[in-house]
Design a protein around this ligand. Structure first.
Ligand code: FES
Length: 150
């Protein structure tokens, strides 16, 4: 991944507090996440504290602060999925991946996210890996599913 060109991103903005969200969106579009370095650079540019940036950005679920893995595993914890064993899937996925929700494996193969609904509640509980959706997912089949992804 190329280094973020902050000069090019910042040149489109006046450097006022209201620029925060659009700047973060551009950085995330380019890098796939908001790194600590990015927060530091934005903090200097907008003259607001890093804590303020984390506070605002973490309010929006679309911002992520960890580098994405090659494959993204999403476990649904919406009502239907929760009722049908979403927590068991979450625990088992975490155990198999060796990470918690919100983290990326050390080898960069997977990142692990929890979402509130994947829009296919009739298939609960649902796990999604990249663009592939696995409905009525059973804990016992998770390892085989994960093994499909390099
Ligand atoms: S609640 Fe899981 S897909 Fe809707």
């Amino acid at each position: 991944m190329k280094d973020t060109d902050y000069t090019s991103i910042f040149s489109r903005f006046r450097g006022v507090e209201g620029d925060l969200l659009p700047i973060l969106l551009r950085i995330q579009e380019k890098d796939g996440y908001i790194s600590e370095t990015s927060v530091e650079r934005v903090s200097r540019f907008l003259k607001i504290s890093e804590n303020q940036i984390y506070g605002v950005a973490s309010f929006y679920s679309r911002f992520r602060f960890t580098k994405p893995g090659k494959n993204t595993v999403k476990v649904c914890m919406g009502t239907a999925c929760h009722v049908h064993g979403g927590q068991f899937l979450t625990d088992e996925l975490g155990w198999n991946l060796g990470i918690s929700v919100g983290q990326t494996t050390d080898d960069g193969r997977f990142d692990f996210q929890r979402v509130t609904c994947l829009g296919c509640c009739a298939l609960a509980p649902v796990v999604q890996i990249n663009d592939e959706t696995y409905g009525r997912t059973m804990v016992v089949g998770l390892k085989e599913i994960l093994n499909k992804y390099e």
